[in-house]
Design a protein around this ligand. Sequence first.
Ligand code: CU
Length: 679
Amino acid sequence: MKTNTFYVLAAVLFLSLEYQPVHAENQMLDEITVRGQKESPQEESLSIREVRESPARDMGEALKQIEGISCVHKGAIANDIVLRGFQKDNINVLVDGVRLHGACPSRMDPPSFHYDFAEIEQVKVIKGPYDLSNPGGLGGMIDAQTKKPGKGLGGDVNLGFGDWNSINASATASYGTDNYDGLLGYAYKYSDVPKSGDGKRLTEIYPATSPNRYKSDSIDSKAYEINTGWGKFAINPTTNSRSEISYTYQDADHVLYPYLKMDADYDKTHRLNWTYRIQKISPLLQDLKLQVYWDTVDHLMDDRSRASSSPPPAAVTRFYSMQTDAKTQVYGAKLNVSLATGPGTFKTGIDYYNRNWDAINQRAGYFNYRDLAMIPDVSIDNLGMFGEYELPMGSQLTLKGGLRGDLTWAEANKSNTLVTAGASRNFTNVSANLQLTYTPVKGLDIFTGIARGTRTPDQQELYLDVPVIATSATSIYWHGNKNLKSTANHQADIGAKYSTDRFYVNTSIFYSDLQDYINFYQIPSTFEKSYQNIHATMWGAELGSQISLDYNMFLRGSLSYVEARNESAGRPLSEIPPLRGTVSLRYDNGTFFFEALENLAREQDRVDSGLNETTTAGWATTDLKSGINYLGVALIIGINNLFNKQYFNYLSYARDPFQSGIKVPENGRNVYLSLGYKF
Ligand SMILES: [Cu+2]
């Protein structure tokens, strides 16, 4: 991938700004209007149209279309979102504001894995620590917002088919009146193991001698099978109030993770959310929202599909040589109010959550399948409060600032070789920000912000324990660090957006100084890996643009870059995306569309030598798609990776802890067909 291509891409984006012809209204123009005029420069969104047109298997993968978002995946599904190089607990990934965490210590099931995109209307993204209404999220916030039933009878049916027998089917039905409304939905996803550009299945990557290789009867087994069902019911007691309850159950069965040493047997997820909202109560009290939620995930993984589960060695006496049974639960409550005080708006809230995480590991090679409290049933309690004031200063300036405080307690309820039951930690954190939006002329928004964001270490970072009988270069002891401190991010952002009815261009740049950043590392002169607090810095920039040209043509492009440095050790941080971008040209007359998209990624050569992370080559892939929208029916056909390129994701190395040490290639050429009907 030549850097020159990016200069050409950037030049195309800028030159196109001079060009503003006139067209009939359609959905593409509506999206340009929303992106250009209704979102501030540090916000992004993804519409369900863009998700439906892509062959994305889950929301994490669909979000890759947004500037600054990448994802890490360890199998054919379950994409973990990376926002500007921040991942895991450094970002908040929520659904309707509900905190949801995966159970797997290897992050087989990141938060976004636990909802189906048929549940979702749109996804809101805030880059940087500018959301004070939730604890944590020092790198940003992603909130997936579920569909609301409309008036009368409504519904949609979607059927997707693709290579490797992949199926993505969903149906929702809703009914609403002025007083009440309800919605029911069901989704089914299935796929065999995908093949990469060299024609081999992702399960065929291991050498014939590797204990992690798939057994011959598992190589062509299913890659995943997921059923999700959900319902929502709401009543509107008065015209200005609404009470809504929603519940989702998801059952994921037999999900393969070729990157890791084990595969998931099942994931069973329950999500329950209740909200009560009342608006315009008095001239002062504009909005009050109470929310109570609960969710839980039960995850079982083992190596039954791998050679390591077959004897010899003689120690293997069960159908697996290693297994982890992991459970997590979150419950919480939030009360948020919005007050019209003085010339501006004051928002304040109080929130609490409890997150429990328990993972039991058994290995043949570690004292004959003895139960080990890998994550020793740890509860984290968090109580927080925030206040935020938004002050309009004339027609051109808006000043917004706020403060948040959090008290956090972590306590282990079981013992392992690292801690004894009852061990606890507590943390006190303060977050704050000041944001200025300046609109010198109509259509131009300039955003500047300074912020402090914080997050506490999680259960795994504090108390993970995976001891081995004897350490060696091939037998590493992975463990937590019970003395970790909270990370504080001091960040500055500047962004500008210029938009008209026909196009927008959005550019932003940020700088982060991270005190006590939680970094995974190899402990020098030992065969141990753990977490440490380091001083790190990150900076990055994004550029995005969408333009309506003549003859119903639309041009879109994006560029993202982030550079991160471990200042304590004087080397790059691991798992940071390189320079990458997309450029697409689309014909869309409102009924028929055709789109060609080029994905570009530069070589990832800034790697963490301390973890033996190696470079990943740059690549370019081409996707084509075409579709018809007529009388509520949408038919889409697409080809991804048209030239069947064999390539690797730039976030394909470390995967630590629990890496198997093998890079898994991305999918080869694949065709998909999607049929949707909405009424
Ligand atoms: Cu797992």
